[in-house]
Design a protein around this ligand. Structure first.
Ligand code: C2G
Length: 130
């Protein structure tokens, strides 16, 4: 059985996330999702996600395409996570195109087209402006 792995924050879960997870799941028999922790987000973007990591993980875990979730504590552990979870394929949206090619000796690496015109940042902006 082929195991697929993907990573993300999945904050303010939206249709673009759903489509990414659905398409990722089609690359194998099970899908494992690394949820970026609140601390990892803070270190990347100098702001915390709207929803706490436990809640983001619970939402993603409840989706029918997802078999397992774990917390992604650091971007530098990507190779360890792939090995630990015995992943055969790493799938990411193409905003990360090329950035995970260094894992190609461990597993297949696939980048999927992002769903246009939807993002957490934009949703937050719209809500803020009222
Ligand atoms: N995505 C998408 N279409 C959108 C928005 C997001 O396909 N309109 C995809 C992204 O390309 C990514 C996944 O959904 O593959 C999760 O997106 P984010 O939560 O924004 O993930 P990010 O914060 O970039 O975290 O180790 C990698 C990081 O943890 C990725």
């Amino acid at each position: 059985p082929r195991r697929v792995i993907t990573f993300g924050t999945f904050d303010v879960l939206h249709f673009g996330h759903l489509r990414l997870l659905k398409r990722a799941s089609e690359f194998g028999d099970s899908l494992i999702v690394g949820i970026s922790t609140d601390a990892l987000n803070y270190s990347k973007k100098q702001r915390y996600p709207i929803y706490k990591e436990k809640d983001r993980a619970a939402l993603v875990a409840s989706m029918r395409y997802v078999d397992e979730v774990f917390m992604e504590e650091s971007l530098d552990l990507k190779r360890d996570y792939i090995v630990q979870h015995k992943a055969d394929v790493l799938v990411m949206g193409d905003d990360w195109k090329g950035r995970f090619d260094f894992c190609k000796d461990l597993c297949e690496v696939v980048y999927l087209k992002r769903t246009p015109s939807i993002s957490t940042t934009e949703i937050i902006e719209v809500i803020r402006q009222g």
